[in-house]
Design a protein around this ligand. Structure first.
Ligand code: ADP
Length: 543
C-alpha cells in the first residue's frame, strides 16, 4: 500500500484571522468576512456541502452578485456549487466561456510573467480563481457588478487558499479511504481469517473469511472492541495479556495461540491464532494483525485419537502391571533360575520397564494435549532436585562409561514449580543426554539471572553426544519426532519425552532452549522463574 502523505492540518480560525490580519491585510476583516473564516476553519463537513455554503456566504459580500464553483474534466464541466440557478450557471459558465476565460488568463500570465496560484481575471465582471491543486481543476467564479476592491481581493485570495487546503485534505482522505478499502477487499480473498486492531483494541479491519469462522460480518466487527466479536471462551482478556507481554518485551512482536472461541450463533470453535504487533517510532504498539485459522475439525480428530490412546493405554496398563508383579516375584526367587533364565528375566524386565514408561508417557501426552495437567505450584529447591536426579542416574551413566558432573550452586535456587513435574523434566533431559552420548561427560550446572526485571534460574545440561542438527531444533519438541541419527544409534524411545518436558516447562511459566553441534554434543537450557517468596528467605527453609 503506498502511504499517502499525512493530511494537512487546518489552522484554527483564530490563527487564520491572525494570519490575515497581521500578514495579509492592514484592514480588519468585516463581520461577514469574519464569519466566513470562522466557518472555513470550524465546519467539520465534507468539502461538497462546505463549497455550497461558502459560495452562498461569498455571494453576500458586496459587490459580488453570484458565485459558481466548477470542476473541469477532459470531457465535461461540472458545477459543484452555485448561488444562481443551475441552468443559468451552466449557460454562463459553459465550456466555451471557460475556454475563453482560460485563454485570456494565459495571455495575462504571459504578459505579467508570473504563475502563482491565485490568478484573477477581470472578464467584464467575472473573476475566476483556481482552488486547490491544478490537478483538481476547480474554479471559483465571482460575478460582480463592479470591480472588486484590493482589500476584498486579498480576503478572497486568503479564503480560497483555505478552501484549497480543505480540498487537498479531502482528496488525501478519499485516497486513504480508497486504499484502505482496496486492502480490505484484498483480504477478503485470503483463505484465512484476518483482523487488524488499533492501540485501543478496536477492530479496523475484519475480512470475510473471519466472518465464516466467527459469524460476525465486517460491518458488525469494525469499530468495535475485538473482545466483543472474537470471544475466547476461557480468557476474554487473552489479547490484552499478549499485548502487555509484548509491551514488556520490545524485541518481540509475534505471538501464537490455540483456543476455543464462541461464535455469534453461540457455537464453540477451535482456532489457531497468529498475531503480529506493529510499533510506532516510539516503539509503542500501534496496531496488531491477527490471522485466524479454524482448526475445529483437526481438534475433533485429535480428540478422538487421544480418547483412543487413553483407552488403549489404560487397557495396556493392567497386564503390564501384572507382568511387572510376576517379574519381581521371579526376581526374588532368582537363585532357582539357571544363568540363561536369569539373562532372559533381565531382558524381559527391561522390556517391560520400557512398556511401563511408554504407557506413562502416552497418558501424560494426552493430558498435556487436552490441557488436563494439574500443577501443584509451590516453591521448589532446584539444587535439591538436581542433586537427587543426578545421584539416581549416575550409575546409568557410569555403565556407559560416561561421567555425570553436577556442580552445586552457591546461591539460592528456589523456583516456582511443581516438585514432581520439575523432577520429571530433569530426569528426562539427563536421561536423554546419557542415551544420546557414547563417550565423554554430561555436565549439569545452574545460573541465576534477571530477565526483563524477573529473577530466573537457568539449568544447563550439556553432553558430548551425537548432537542435533539445527534444522531439527523445533521438531524434537514435537510428539513422536526422533532425529535420523538417533535411530542409527539404536536407542529406544517413542519421541514423547521432550514434548512432555516442553509442555511442563511452559506451563510453569519457563522456557526451554537447545543448542547443539552434530557429533560434538548438545546443551539444553531450562529457564524457570525464581520464587521471590523464597528469595526473601521468609517461609520455607532449604531442606
Ligand atoms: P525419545 O524417547 O526418542 O528420547 P524425546 O522426546 O526425549 O524422545 O527426544 C526426541 C528426540 O530428540 C530424540 O529421539 C533424539 O533424536 C533427540 N534428542 C533428545 N535429546 C538429545 C540429546 N541430548 N542429544 C541428541 N539428540 C537428542
Amino acid at each position: 500500500m503506498s502511504n499517502p502523505s499525512p493530511s494537512p492540518r487546518l489552522p484554527s480560525w483564530e490563527q487564520l484571522l491572525g494570519r490575515l490580519y497581521f500578514h495579509e491585510r492592514a484592514i480588519p476583516p468585516t463581520k461577514q468576512e469574519f464569519a466566513i473564516l470562522r466557518y472555513l476553519a470550524e465546519s467539520r463537513e465534507t468539502i461538497r456541502p462546505v463549497l455550497g455554503r461558502i459560495a452562498l456566504m461569498l455571494s453576500r459580500l458586496e459587490p459580488i452578485k453570484a458565485v459558481v464553483v466548477t470542476q473541469r474534466s477532459a470531457t465535461d464541466l461540472q458545477i459543484l456549487a452555485t448561488t444562481i440557478s443551475r441552468k443559468r450557471a451552466t449557460a454562463v459558465v459553459g465550456q466555451d466561456f471557460i475556454a475563453r476565460l482560460l485563454r485570456a488568463r494565459a495571455l495575462t500570465e504571459r504578459a505579467i510573467g508570473r504563475k502563482d496560484q491565485w490568478l484573477y481575471e477581470r472578464y467584464h465582471t467575472v473573476y475566476s480563481c483556481p482552488i486547490g491543486n491544478r490537478s483538481d481543476c476547480c474554479q471559483l467564479l465571482f460575478f460582480t457588478t463592479e470591480p472588486l476592491s484590493q482589500s476584498r481581493i486579498v480576503f478572497l485570495r486568503f479564503a480560497v487558499q483555505i478552501l484549497g487546503l480543505r480540498l487537498t485534505k479531502q482528496g488525501l482522505e478519499d485516497q486513504l479511504k480508497r486504499e484502505a478499502e482496496s486492502v480490505a477487499s484484498l483480504t477478503h480473498h485470503l483463505s484465512e481469517g484476518m483482523a487488524v486492531i488499533n492501540a485501543e483494541r478496536i477492530v479496523t479491519l475484519w475480512n470475510r473469511p473471519l466472518q465464516r469462522v466467527t459469524g460476525y460480518a465486517p460491518t458488525e466487527a469494525i469499530g468495535q472492541p475485538i473482545e466483543s466479536t472474537f470471544r475466547h471462551t476461557d480468557n476474554p482478556e487473552w489479547l490484552t495479556g499478549e499485548i502487555d507481554r509484548l509491551t514488556r518485551e520490545p524485541l518481540e512482536n509475534l505471538f501464537r495461540d490455540e483456543f476455543e472461541i464462541r461464535t455469534k450463533q453461540g457455537h464453540k470453535k477451535w482456532v489457531n491464532v497468529s498475531g503480529s504487533a506493529l510499533r510506532d517510532k516510539h516503539q509503542r504498539i500501534s496496531q496488531v494483525v491477527i490471522i485466524v485459522r479454524d482448526i475445529t475439525e483437526h481438534k475433533l480428530l485429535e480428540q478422538r485419537k487421544n480418547e483412543f490412546i487413553s483407552i488403549a493405554t489404560h487397557e495396556l496398563r493392567t497386564p503390564i502391571t501384572a507382568i511387572k508383579g510376576y517379574l519381581s516375584l521371579l526376581e526374588k526367587d532368582k537363585t532357582s533360575l539357571t544363568e540363561k533364565h536369569r539373562s532372559y528375566l533381565q531382558r524381559v524386565t527391561a522390556a517391560n520397564d520400557r512398556l511401563v514408561r511408554l504407557a506413562e508417557e502416552l497418558l501424560l501426552s494426552v493430558q498435556v494435549e487436552e490441557d488436563r495437567l494439574r500443577l501443584n505450584l509451590r516453591p521448589v529447591n532446584l539444587a535439591v532436585i538436581l542433586g537427587k536426579v543426578t545421584r539416581d542416574l549416575r550409575q546409568k551413566a557410569q555403565h556407559k562409561g560416561l561421567e555425570l558432573i553436577y556442580t552445586s550452586p552457591d546461591f539460592l535456587t528456589w523456583v516456582v514449580g511443581d516438585e514432581d513435574k520439575v523432577q520429571q523434566v530433569f530426569e528426562n533431559l539427563i536421561d536423554n543426554a546419557i542415551k544420546y552420548t557414547t563417550a565423554g561427560a554430561i555436565t549439569v550446572w545452574l545460573e541465576k539471572r534477571e530477565i526483563s526485571g524477573q529473577p530466573v534460574i537457568i539449568t544447563y545440561i550439556r553432553d558430548t553426544g551425537i548432537g542435533i542438527s539445527s534444522k531439527n531444533y523445533g521438531a524434537i519438541f514435537e510428539k513422536f519426532r526422533r532425529t535420523h541419527n538417533t535411530v542409527q544409534i539404536r536407542e529406544s524411545g517413542a519421541g514423547l519425552g521432550l514434548f512432555i518436558v516442553k509442555s511442563f516447562v511452559e506451563k510453569l511459566g519457563g522456557k526451554i532452549t537447545v543448542s547443539s553441534r552434530i557429533g560434538r554434543g548438545t546443551t539444553f537450557s531450562v529457564r524457570l522463574n525464581a520464587s521471590e517468596e523464597m528469595e526473601d528467605g521468609k517461609k520455607v527453609k532449604e531442606k
